[in-house]
Design a protein around this ligand. Structure first.
Ligand code: CTP
Ligand code: MG
Length: 340
């Protein structure tokens, strides 16, 4: 079989970089949506503290609302922190939200991380809410730090996230694919492995410190001033990075042998990780895609995609690559998937 195209021509590069910039500008959240996001936080804070006063309840955003990767229509991920343990069961919060006019309130109390989902009809926003999950707040802060380290990270990640959304590839809970968070880790690790690297491992370089989540190992370097210029020796353009991202995960990366590790800033072999594909009894190991959660490293963020889902995702990566290799057709690559 013919080898897939290796690089872009200068004129292709220029066109694709321009198209990406244009798309990125469109994807930035509007001021108006940022305002509604802030109002949602305030409103929740009020509702919760009026119901359970004196319990030091605070409302924090995480996920894309906190890591610079949101769009106007992104869900708001909220983590409530409180010493009032009773709220962790979620049922009373779900009830309170219904009583306060929230719609489509769904309580998934038995999930790994129990959550309540709801729709705020006044602010027109969907929200995922959990209680006392400091790890999510810290991994959000670390993603945000990576995003701020180099100017290329934010547009590249937002364009790829847009592609996953348009092709229905980012729904771990219902669609059987993988989460946006998994894709983000795959992108960051790809940037850590460029030559020269664009990103370091913030969990390996000097300047690490522990912040929130005191009882867990969540230390990482977060001094942006000290880290500035890390990726400057790498001159790759946005277009080149997008093209190489799809080329890499379509044709170069051997999913049967390697694990994506943002923590190590490199690939781990599935053997050294203990996630050999032949370990059928191990839920984390038998998956096709292995992506280590940076803080809880025994968690495989790829475990929501079964074999069938994975071959679909892999097919989509190749499809996107083909459209980019053939005249840099970003709009075709990101064409909305419609069920036949
Ligand atoms: N998260 C996690 N483990 C997962 C999935 C998500 O810890 N398997 C946490 C992470 O803190 C992540 C947050 O949940 O930042 C939100 O995940 P997700 O919604 O997948 O990513 P977003 O960046 O919010 O993307 P989107 O805009 O598509 O919602
Ligand atoms: Mg989210």
């Amino acid at each position: 079989k013919e080898e897939p195209k290796k690089t872009l021509e200068p004129h292709e590069d220029e066109k694709l970089s321009g198209d990406m910039r244009e798309l990125y500008d469109r994807l930035l959240p509007s001021d108006e949506s940022e305002e509604r996001r802030a109002l949602l936080v305030k409103k929740l804070e009020r509702i919760l503290n009026e119901k359970w006063p004196g319990n030091d309840i605070s409302v924090n955003v995480f996920g894309s609302s906190g890591n610079l990767l949101s769009s106007s229509d992104s869900d708001v991920d909220i983590c409530i922190t409180t010493p009032l343990k009773r709220l962790e069961s979620m049922h009373s919060i779900a009830m309170l939200l219904s009583e306060n006019g929230m719609e489509k309130v769904v309580c998934r109390a038995s999930a790994k991380v129990p959550i309540v989902k709801y729709w705020d009809p006044e602010l027109k926003m969907a929200c995922d809410l959990n209680v006392n999950n400091p790890l999510a707040l810290e991994n959000t802060r670390m993603i945000k730090t990576y995003v701020q380290l180099d100017d290329r990270v934010r547009p590249l990640t937002k364009v790829i996230k847009y592609w996953t959304k348009r092709r229905l590839l980012n729904d771990a809970a219902y669609g059987g694919t993988v989460s946006s968070y998994t894709w983000t880790c795959m992108i960051l690790n790809f940037l850590q492995r460029r030559d020269p690297p664009i990103l370091p491992s913030l969990q390996k370089i000097s300047g690490k410190r522990q912040n929130g989540a005191k009882d867990q190992e969540t230390e990482f370097a977060d001094d942006l001033e000290a880290l500035k210029g890390y990726g400057d020796a790498n001159k790759e353009t946005l277009a080149e990075l997008l093209f190489q991202f799809f080329r890499h995960y379509s044709y170069e990366f051997d999913f049967s042998k390697y694990v994506v590790s943002v923590k190590e800033g490199r690939l781990l072999s599935r053997l050294e990780k203990g996630w050999q594909p032949t370990n059928y009894m191990d839920k984390e190991a038998r998956c096709r895609l292995c992506v280590e959660e940076p803080f809880t490293t025994n968690r495989n963020l790829g475990n929501s995609a079964d074999d069938y889902a994975w071959s679909g995702i892999h097919g989509e990566l190749r499809r996107a690559f083909e459209f980019l290799a053939d005249g840099c057709q970003l709009d075709k690559a990101c064409e909305e998937f419609v069920f036949p």
